[in-house]
Design a protein around this ligand. Sequence first.
Ligand code: GDP
Ligand code: MG
Length: 163
Amino acid sequence: MLPLVALVGRPNVGKSTLFNALTRTRDALVHDEPGVTRDRNYGVCRLLEGRPFVLVDTGGIAGEDEGLAGATARQSRAAAEEADLILFVVDGREGASALDDDILRWLRKQSKPTLLVVNKSDGIDLQTALAEFARYGFGDALPVSSAQRTGIDALLAKTAALL
Ligand code: GDP
Ligand code: MG
């Protein structure tokens, strides 16, 4: 069985765009409206070096327990629980939000290998964006732009090294 890597984060941080960049597909539905990915979407990442892995995109954790948002969050948490490695995706432009803090608290309880991925790092000051998440305690947060495909190879290499 291939190792499983889950994209976890609040809606609209760019998880589906990152999924497409990592799997080099356009399978994941990207939308301006938060919460477009309701279910789980699986794809395979093939690397030049290293073992391929399965990537799962999720709808994101919106902090609500009820209705569709709640169901979507449960799917996200289930995917994270199944995964060998979690990519915790945050928005470098918006910086850390209360919802990111909640997700971080939940992730800490999972005690799973987790990488912090600071997405939307195009057109912003990288140091400022990273500093915003320094208190999360990930020594090696990775800045990427899923839209511009920068930092993707470094993220793939780091992911492969942890599997
Ligand atoms: P998800 O809800 O976390 O899956 O987020 P999406 O992938 O659907 O993206 C939400 C919005 O952010 C869309 O408008 C994307 O075009 C935009 N977006 C995603 N990645 C980036 C990025 O790297 N840079 C910028 N500037 N926008 C991005
Ligand atoms: Mg999505």
